[in-house]
Design a protein around this ligand. Structure first.
Ligand SMILES: Nc1ncnc2c1ncn2[C@@H]1O[C@H](COP(=O)(O)OP(=O)(O)OP(=O)(O)O)[C@@H](O)[C@H]1O
Length: 248
């Protein structure tokens, strides 16, 4: 689904080049729940931004199915971001003066002309993530978990085939994190692909593949059975032992 060929990404800071991603190649498969881990500053968020078209790569190639993301015009990137992918941020980035319902539905109106369809889909998502009761609330009137589930629902309004999530549980307590991870797992169970950056082992256990980044390149690539097909204790032991071997 996503093919990444030899990408590099550098930022210039006061005339000095900071090489954040170096010669990174991999494929992200359709239907997978892929997690990206690695130490702070290893380039995880930058990789997610490059794959989602929010940052331009310095060199290399990124393909989403047959589309060359690295060659897209601004308009094509906007369409890619609107139609093909959804993005969930750590700080939910919901619009403060819109209700949860409006936050979810508005990106839908930009794509689907039939407002009734958008309205119905937004209501289905509110139900799926159990946030119907806060539909008319402003984000500031919701808990962190409700806001984050609102953020996931918003990312799903245009039925993207892949969801990118940048530390979606980073700002949540453990109960709310489980709630958000359950929501992501259920989306993945329905066939949508997820690519999630996290520092949290509990979150990483949801993945069937973990990529470990170090200094902007992939140091390790762990394949796991689906989350439902392995007992949680042995999965945790396997993942922690692998992460330890990566120097985590
Ligand atoms: N817009 C930018 N301009 C300049 N440097 C940047 C920019 N964005 C990121 N960087 C630098 O790129 C490097 C990688 O950042 P990135 O956020 O991708 O790392 P990360 O692995 O996600 O880190 P963390 O786990 O701390 O969130 C860091 O050194 C960071 O300072």
């Amino acid at each position: 689904m996503l093919k990444i060929v030899n990408i590099t990404k550098s930022y210039a800071n006061n005339g000095v080049q900071n090489h954040v991603l170096s010669n990174l190649s991999t494929e992200i498969h359709d239907g997978d729940f892929t997690v990206i881990m690695g130490s702070s500053g290893s380039g995880k968020s930058t990789l997610l931004y490059c794959l989602s078209g929010m940052e331009e790569i310095t060199s290399g190639e990124v393909y989403y199915n047959d589309k060359a993301v690295h060659k897209m015009s601004e308009k094509e990137v906007a369409n890619y971001r609107r139609n093909d992918i959804g993005f969930v941020f750590q700080q939910m980035q919901l619009i403060e003066n819109l209700t949860i319902f409006e936050n979810i539905a508005i990106p839908g109106y930009l794509v689907e002309k039939n407002t009734k369809n958008v309205h119905n889909h937004a209501n289905e998502l509110l139900k799926q993530f159990e946030i119907e009761k806060v539909a008319k609330h402003l984000p500031s009137q919701c808990s962190g978990g409700e806001q984050q589930r609102g953020g996931i629902a918003r990312a799903l309004i245009n039925k993207p085939s892949v969801i990118f999530a940048d530390e979606p549980t980073g700002a949540l307590n453990s109960k709310m994190s489980i709630n958000v991870l359950d929501a992501l797992t259920s989306i993945n169970d329905k066939g949508q692909s997820i690519v999630m950056v996290t520092h949290d082992v509990k979150a990483a256990l949801r993945a069937n593949r973990i990529l470990y980044l170090q200094d902007g390149t992939i140091l390790g690539d762990l394949k796991l059975p689906s989350y439902h097909d392995q007992d949680s204790k042995s999965r945790e032991t396997q993942v922690i032992s692998w992460l330890t071997s990566m120097g985590w």
